[in-house]
Design a protein around this ligand. Structure first.
Ligand code: ATP
Length: 360
C-alpha cells in the first residue's frame, strides 16, 4: 500500500542568501500525475531535485512510498529522473543506452533483453534498439531518455522540463506520448514545467509555485477557472486584472468599483464589503455587444491575429482591456466604438501573492 506516494513535510532549502523552497508540504497520491508549475526561479526544480536526493533539504522530511528517505542517497531512493538535456551515450545503441541502468544495477543479461524491449515498446521505439543514438531525431532521443528511466521500474518518475529543448510541434507530440506513457505505466509522475498549457494538458493536479512557496494547487480545470491569487491569474493568462473596492457584497451579486470607476458585478464567493481587491476576467469570457450583466463602453485600439482567434485591445477610459474573439474578427477595425460584455460569473476575485483568500 502507498507504493509511489510522495510526502513532503515542511521542506525548505536555501542557497546562501537565496531561499529557493520555503516550508513546502505536499502529498502526491500513488499513480498521480502531479505538475509543479511556475516561472523561472520559483523553486520547482530545487523541489524536484530534493525528491531525487540531488539536493538535500535544510529542514523538513521527504517520504517515498511511506518510507522516510530524507537521509538516503539517490541510488537508495525508488525514483528516476528524466532531464531536459537527456545526456545519452552517443557511442551506444538505443538498446545499450536503455540497458545501462540495469547493467549498473547488476541485472542478469538474460533479464536485460526482454526488459529493454518492453521499455522501448512503452515509448513506441520497438525495433529501434540497434540504432545508434546519433542517428535519431530530438523527439526519438527524448523517448530513449524516457525508456532509460522507466526500464528501472521506479516507483516515482521525476521529469524536469523534459520537453523544453524540443521544437513546438515535437513538444506537442511528446506531450501526448508522456500522457499515454503515464496511463500505461500507472507510476507516479512528478513533472516540472514553466509552460501552463503543458501543465493543464498533462496533469491530474497542478501545483503553482511562487517564490519558493505553493501558491495554489488543484485539478487543471480548477486552477484555470478559479485562480485565487493575482499571481496565479497572471501566470495563467487572465489578462484583464483590475484593482477596486467592494461596494456591496451580496452572495452571488457583488459590486466592485474599479480604480478607474467601472462598476463590475461578480458572482464569486469571498468578497467582503469595503475591502480592496483585485478582480480579473479572461479575454475569452468577454465579448462585444453580447449578453452579460457587465457592460463596459470602449474603443478598439489594435488587434493581434492568433490563428484560431483574434485579440483586441480595447480602450475603456483609463483601462486597457484584452478581449478575445474567435476567428479573424474581420468585421471590426481600430477606432470602432464597442460595448465589452461579460457575465458576472466571469469576474474572478483575486488576492495578492502570498495572501490566501478566506475559504468560501
Ligand atoms: P528554472 O526553471 O529557471 O530552473 P526553477 O523554478 O526551477 O527555475 P530553481 O532552479 O529551483 O527554480 O531555483 C530557485 C532559486 O534558487 C533561484 O533563485 C535559483 O537561482 C536558486 N538556485 C537554484 N539552484 C542553485 C544553486 N545550485 N546554487 C545557488 N542558487 C541556486
Amino acid at each position: 500500500m502507498g507504493r509511489g506516494a510522495v510526502s513532503l513535510r515542511g521542506v525548505s532549502k536555501s542557497f546562501g542568501t537565496v531561499v529557493a523552497v520555503r516550508d513546502v508540504s505536499l502529498e502526491v497520491a500513488p499513480g498521480e500525475f502531479l505538475t509543479l508549475l511556475g516561472p523561472s526561479g520559483c523553486g520547482k526544480t530545487t523541489l524536484l531535485r530534493m525528491i531525487a536526493a540531488l539536493e538535500s533539504p535544510e529542514s523538513g522530511r521527504i517520504l517515498l512510498s511511506q518510507r522516510d528517505v530524507t537521509d538516503d542517497p539517490p541510488h537508495r531512493r525508488p525514483v528516476n529522473t528524466v532531464f531536459q538535456h537527456y545526456a545519452l551515450f552517443p557511442h551506444r545503441t538505443v538498446a545499450g543506452n536503455v540497458a545501462f541502468g540495469l547493467e549498473m544495477a547488476g541485472r542478469a543479461r538474460a533479464d536485460l533483453v526482454p526488459r529493454v524491449e518492453r521499455a522501448l515498446e512503452m515509448v513506441r521505439l520497438s525495433g529501434m534498439g540497434s540504432r545508434r543514438v546519433d542517428q535519431l531525431s530530438g523527439g526519438q532521443r527524448q523517448r530513449v531518455a524516457l525508456a532509460r528511466a522507466v526500464v528501472l521500474e521506479p516507483e516515482v518518475l521525476l521529469l524536469d522540463e523534459p520537453m523544453s529543448a524540443l521544437d513546438r510541434k515535437l513538444r506537442e507530440e511528446m506531450r501526448a506520448e508522456v500522457k499515454s506513457l503515464h496511463r500505461r505505466l500507472g507510476t507516479t509522475f512528478v513533472f516540472v514545467t514553466h509552460d501552463q498549457e503543458e501543465a493543464l494538458a498533462l496533469s491530474d493536479r497542478v501545483v503553482v509555485m511562487n517564490d519558493g512557496r505553493i501558491e495554489q494547487m488543484g485539478p487543471p480545470a480548477e486552477i484555470y477557472d478559479v485562480p485565487r491569487t493575482r499571481f496565479v491569474a497572471e501566470f495563467l493568462a487572465v489578462r484583464n486584472i483590475l484593482s477596486g473596492d467592494v461596494q456591496s457584497a451580496e452572495v452571488g451579486a457583488t459590486v466592485v468599483r474599479t480604480e478607474n470607476g467601472l462598476m463590475l458585478r461578480s458572482r464569486a464567493a469571498g468578497f467582503v464589503a469595503g475591502e480592496r481587491v483585485w478582480v480579473g476576467v479572461r479575454p475569452e469570457r468577454m465579448g462585444f455587444d453580447g449578453a452579460g450583466e457587465n457592460r463596459v463602453a470602449g474603443v478598439l485600439e489594435d488587434r493581434l491575429f492568433l490563428g484560431d482567434r483574434s485579440e483586441w485591445r480595447v480602450r475603456a477610459g483609463a483601462d486597457l482591456l484584452t478581449v478575445s474573439e474567435p476567428g479573424t474578427s474581420a468585421g471590426r477595425q481600430a477606432g470602432d466604438a464597442v460595448t465589452v460584455t461579460f457575465e458576472a460569473s466571469a469576474l474572478l476575485r483575486l488576492v495578492e501573492p502570498g495572501r490566501r483568500p478566506p475559504r468560501p
